[in-house]
Design a protein around this ligand. Sequence first.
Ligand code: NAD
Length: 367
Amino acid sequence: MNVELFTSEKIQKMGPVFNHFSFDNHEQIVFCNDEDTGLKAIIGIHNTVLGPALGGTRMWNYQSEWEALYDVLRLSRGMTFKSALAGLDLGGGKAVIIGDAKKQKNDALMKRFAEFVHSLSGKYITAEDIGMETRDMDIMKEVTPYVSGISESLGGSGNPSPVTAYGVFMGIKASCKYVYGSDEIHGKKIWVQGVGNVGETLVKHLTEAGAHVIITDIYKEKLKEISNKYGATIYDGLDVFSQSVDIYAPCALGATINDQTINKLKAKIIAGGANNQLEDENKHGKLLKEKGIVYAPDFLINAGGIINVNAEVAGYDLKESMKRTENIYNTTLEIFNLSDKEGITTHEAALNIALRRIEKRKKDLVS
Ligand code: NAD
C-alpha cells in the first residue's frame, strides 16, 4: 500500500469537502473504493426531506477525483430541485463512477458498486445516467433492491431516456410558444449537442416535427448513424457555438453555458436535456436574461426520466408518466411568466418553487 505522509501544511491546503465551492449542505457523501474491481465511485446525497434520494449513476473518464466530486455535488443538488419541482416525493442524489464506461465497465464492477448502494439501506436509489445502460441496472438489481430503470421484462420501467427526451421536446415547444407565439417546430433550426440516449430520441421528435436539426457529438460513428436515420445535418464548421441557430439543445455534459460560450451564442432559446447547463447558475442565468436568450431550466424540462423511474417506486404506469411529462409544457410557460412577473431569471423562478415545496414539507414534518 502506498501511504504518502502529509505535512500539516499540506493538509491545510487540501480543500475540505464541506468548503468545496459546489457543496450546498449535502447530507452525505460516500466514497466507494474497491481494489479488486478497480471501482472508484462517489455517491452524493444532497437532500432527503421529500423522500429517498433518487438519481442516476454516471460513469465518466474524469480528469481528476476533484472533477468527479464537483460533478456529483452539482448533479445530486440538481436532482433535489428536479424532483421537488416535478412534484415527486423524492430527494436528490446522484453517483459517479470514475472510468471509461466503454473500456472499464464490467459486471463485477457494477455488482461491487451495487453493494455500496445497498449499504445505504434505501436512502439512495440509483438509475441510469451517462455511461449506463438498462442492462447495468439489471445486474445491480441482483445485489440490491435500491435500483430503478431496470428492464421491463423484469418488471421495471426500462430506459428512462425516451421519456426524458419527450419532456425536453415539450420544453422546446413551450419555449417556441413563448418566444414566437406558436409552438410550431416546423422550419426551426435546432442544434442538438450530444446524440446519445436522450439526444437521439429528441432528434427523432424534432425531425418528425419538421425541424432542421444540426447535430454534434464526440463519437463520429454515432453522428453518422443518427444523420442517416433521421436526416439530421452533421455540423462541419469551425466554431460550433457561433453557428446561427434558433434553438440550442444541450444533451451532452453540463456547464456548456459559460463565460467562453455565452457571448458567441446566437440562439434565441436554450432548451435541452443535459444536467447543470449553466456553469454558474446565478451569473450565467442573469447574462442569458440580459442577452434576451430564453433559457428553459434544465432541471424542469429534463424531468421526464425521473418521473418515469419514480413510476417504478410509486407504482404507476408509462401512460401516467407520459401524461405527467407532457405537463412540462405548461410548467415551462408558467416559469417563463413568473420570471417576467418577478423580474428574476427562469432558473431562479424554477428554483424558488422547488425550494418552497421542500421548506413546506420540512415544516409539516416538524409540526
Ligand atoms: P449518453 O451517454 O447516452 O449521451 C451523451 C452523448 O453526449 C454521448 O453520445 C457523448 O458522446 C456525447 N458527448 C459527450 N461530450 C460531448 C461534447 N463535448 N460534444 C458533443 N457531444 C458530446 O447520455 P444521456 O443519457 O443521453 O444523457 C445526456 C445528458 O442528459 C446528460 O447530461 C444527462 O445527465 C442528462 N439527463 C439524462 C437523463 C436520462 O434519462 N438519460 C435524464 C435527465 C438528464
